[in-house]
Each structure stands twice: as structure tokens, then as C-alpha cells.
Design a protein around this ligand. Structure first.
Ligand code: DSN
Length: 426
């Protein structure tokens, strides 16, 4: 018996390829790329079919400026249910009192948090961008660095780990209004407790940008900043494995109102309710017991991959990893090999990752001496430690002869065989 409910697009008769063959042929090629090559970008993942279905739903048609119960346009009763469900689920998942699920991205979540608590010119202390911090943590080319007076802390020279003493000294010296923790390229646990103490000592607010590690926090393998930091921002598409988007949590009633006002009308117009629906799906998925296993396996895989790469002669920044990513210093492997050349050679070999500066990198961010490699996506496909060792060997093979197109083609074939056993969207 055919199901009464169609399985793909309920709203277009037939195959969407018939409606727009040109576009859907391009999408097919991207699906093929994701299915047949290795995705090792630390901030990427494979969302579930339910997440993708919600993102592709009729909710994309609706305008709903405002918040549940207080919208500017009519017709939002159903939308209110969706957004309330997403808010309730994320508050339960992280044990938070208040959530704003409307930020279109992590960058917007961060900017809304700043808008809620800062005035132009205020001093903010954040992590150095060349040591792991994010563009929105005060880069001079980002609006954050143009509007606010960002000052920075970094990692220690000795063990390349977050330097809490340096952070405390910078807080004492600059008396920031806000301290921002969190990173995009830092392989160790960030403990929110000492940062809370430092913030209290200098009378600063404390925001934790958990974009990269939100899934590890939800899965119970990293300490939660919720209830410790005043504001927690994160993205929903990285380790959390939902749709692309952002979210803000706070336990402080006084900040909740300011945050909501900052997101809308302060920074954004109509929320993307189809994405908010998909966020609700992802929050439910992350609350399942198997998500804890997934989060723990991400870290085990990252450790196995880092150890495999160290065995191949690469230097792993800080000597290893506690999370979903590692930074690889290419110089001990090949002093002439840049991150840029390595990324391009690996791309030709079916291995997708990104070049990244390493602490105190003499090369520019466009060239770099390092790579950032992450395991959230390959872990979603079911790969485990043995596959990580295999991937380390494939990376080393390519990088020993980055200009050898025959070697790249051979590795690409081996990658395709590996991916055929762990296909994200068969
Ligand atoms: N682009 C993201 C990352 O790769 O970490 C951060 O916004």
C-alpha cells in the first residue's frame, strides 16, 4: 500500500528536478560530494532528514516579526506553537530559563548579545583571533571590532592552552564591561567557572560563545556554561547537528528582555520560522540518550585522528584534543608546506578541511602554517577510531607529495571506498 503521506516534498507534484532541472542538478552534485568525500571541517555536520524536511517546509512562507503571542502580522497561531516548542526544548536541553531561537546565525546571536548589554565604545575582553577566537570577538574588519573596544587574551607559550592568568591580568588592566569566552579553533575544554570568578572580580558581564561545543555540552562531555555565564550564545549546525542558525540563552530575567529586543527589532526583521522548526527538531534529537554516545564518540574520534597524525610526523597544537577538533602544525612535517597548499592538495584528494593559523604563526591567515580538522560529521556517519587512523594515513600520503596528481587521484579513490561504507545520505 502506498503511504498516504508523500515522503519528500508534499507540496510540489512530481519531482522538483522537473520544475528546475538546472538548479536541482547542481544540488545533486553537492549531495554526491557530501556522500563520496570526507567532511572534516570542524564546524560542519550532517543534519538529519527530519531537520532538512523542516527547513524545507511551508513555514518559509510566513512573516512573524515579534515573539509568540506578540506578533506584528496575523496568521501566526501555528508559528507561535513552533517557536514555543523550540524555546521549550532548548531550555530543557541546556537547563536554561530563557531562550531566543531567532538569530539567523552565530554571528547574529553574538551581535544581539552585544547590542543587549553594551554601548558603542565599551571595552570587551575576548580571545585573540589568531589563537582561536571568532571574527565577532572583535576582529577589526567585523562590526564587533568597529563598534566596541575589544582587547584580547590568548593561550600560553608553554602548553598552548587558554591562559586564565593572562585573562585575569587583562581583565584587571582593562576593566571590561563584558568578557567573552569561546573559540572557533581551540582544541581544549574551556572551563567557565574561573572566567566567572574573574568577571565577578572586575564587575564584568560574562558571555560564553558555545557555537563549536554546543553539542558536546548537550551530550554531557563538556562543562555547561549555562547558569555560570550571564549569556550563552551558540550555533545549531555544528556539533549540535541541527539547521544553520543561532540561539541565545540566559538565566537572567533582566537580560532576557534586553536580548529579545536586541534580536528583534534591534538586529533582525522576520524570523526564519522554517529554520526555527528545524532547530526544534534538532533540540529533541540532542535530548535523546544516543546523542550522549555521539558526543563522546566525536571526542574519541578526534583523539584517535590527532594521535594518528602525530604518528605520521605532524605536530598537534597543545599536544592533543579534548573536543571535536585539532589544530595541526605542518612545519615539523614539512617546513615549506603551507596550510593553503595542504588544503588545496587535500581538496583534490576528496578530503575537505580548512587551513588555519597555529598560535604565533609567522604566516598570514590566508596562507597559514596549519590545518583545523574536526570529527563531528564523520562521526555522524558512524566512523570510529579505526577509520580515523585510516584517514590520518591518507592525509599524510597526500601531504608527502602535495603536487602529485596521480597520488591525489589514488587517495580520492580510497576515500570514495571508505565513504561508500559510511554514506550520510544513501
Ligand atoms: N565559520 C565558522 C567556523 O568554521 O568555525 C565560525 O563562524
Amino acid at each position: 500500500m502506498p503511504s498516504e503521506r508523500p515522503t519528500f516534498s508534499p507540496y510540489l507534484p512530481g519531482d522538483p528536478h522537473d520544475q528546475d532541472p538546472e538548479l536541482f542538478a547542481i544540488l545533486d552534485r553537492e549531495l554526491e560530494r557530501q556522500n563520496t568525500t570526507l567532511q572534516l571541517i570542524a564546524s560542519e555536520n550532517f543534519a538529519s532528514r527530519a531537520v532538512i524536511a523542516a527547513t524545507g517546509s511551508v513555514l518559509t512562507n510566513k512573516y512573524s516579526e515579534g515573539y509568540p503571542g506578540k506578533r506584528y502580522y496575523g496568521g501566526n497561531l501555528v508559528i507561535d506553537e513552533v517557536e514555543d516548542l523550540a524555546r521549550r526544548r532548548v531550555c530543557e536541553l541546556f537547563g536554561a530559563a530563557h531562550a531566543n531561537v531567532q538569530p539567523h546565525s552565530g554571528a547574529n546571536a553574538n551581535l544581539a548579545a552585544y547590542l543587549a548589554v553594551l554601548e558603542a565604545g565599551d571595552t570587551v575582553l575576548g580571545m585573540r583571533l589568531d589563537q582561536g577566537g571568532h571574527l565577532t570577538h572583535g576582529s577589526p574588519v567585523n562590526i564587533s571590532g568597529r563598534i566596541y573596544n575589544f582587547v584580547a587574551y590568548g593561550v600560553t607559550e608553554s602548553d598552548e592552552r587558554l591562559d586564565y592568568d593572562q585573562l585575569a591580568a587583562a581583565a584587571e588592566a582593562h576593566r571590561p564591561k563584558l568578557i567573552v569566552a569561546g573559540a572557533t579553533a581551540y582544541p581544549r575544554v574551556i572551563d567557565p567557572e574561573p572566567i566567572r570568578r574573574i568577571a565577578d572580580e572586575v564587575g564584568a558581564l560574562f558571555m560564553f560563545d558555545a557555537a563549536h561545543v554546543a553539542g558536546l555540552i548537550a551530550g554531557g562531555v563538556h562543562p555547561s556554561p549555562v547558569g555560570v555565564a550571564d549569556i550563552v550564545t551558540f550555533t545549531t549546525h555544528k556539533t549540535l547537528r541541527g539547521p544553520r542558525g543561532g540561539c541565545i540563552l540566559t538565566d537572567r530575567e533582566d537580560l532576557a528582555k534586553a536580548i529579545d529586543k536586541a534580536v528583534f527589532p534591534g538586529l533582525q526583521g522576520g524570523p526564519l520560522e522554517h529554520v526555527i522548526a528545524a532547530k526544534a527538531v534538532a533540540f529533541r534529537e540532542a535530548a535523546q540518550p544516543e546523542f550522549k554516545d555521539y558526543a563522546a564518540q566525536i571526542v574519541r574520534n578526534a583523539r584517535a585522528l590527532a594521535s594518528g597524525l602525530a604518528d605520521e610526523g605532524f605536530r598537534i597544537v597543545s599536544g592533543g584534543t579534548d573536543n571535536h577538533l585539532m589544530l595541526v602544525d605542518l612545519r615539523p612535517f614539512d617546513a615549506e608546506l603551507t596550510g593553503k597548499v595542504a588544503q588545496e592538495a587535500l581538496d583534490r584528494s576528496g578530503i575537505t578541511l580548512n587551513k588555519n593559523t597555529v598560535p604565533n604563526d609567522p604566516r598570514s591567515p590566508f596562507v597559514t602554517s596549519g590545518l583545523r580538522i574536526g570529527t563531528p560529521a564523520v562521526t555522524t556517519t558512524g566512523m570510529r577510531e579505526p577509520e580515523m587512523t585510516e584517514i590520518a594515513a591518507l592525509i599524510a600520503r597526500v601531504l608527502r607529495r602535495p603536487d602529485d596528481s596521480a597520488e591525489s587521484a589514488a587517495v580520492r579513490d580510497e576515500v570514495a571506498v571508505l565513504c561508500s561504507k559510511y554514506t550520510p545520505y544513501p
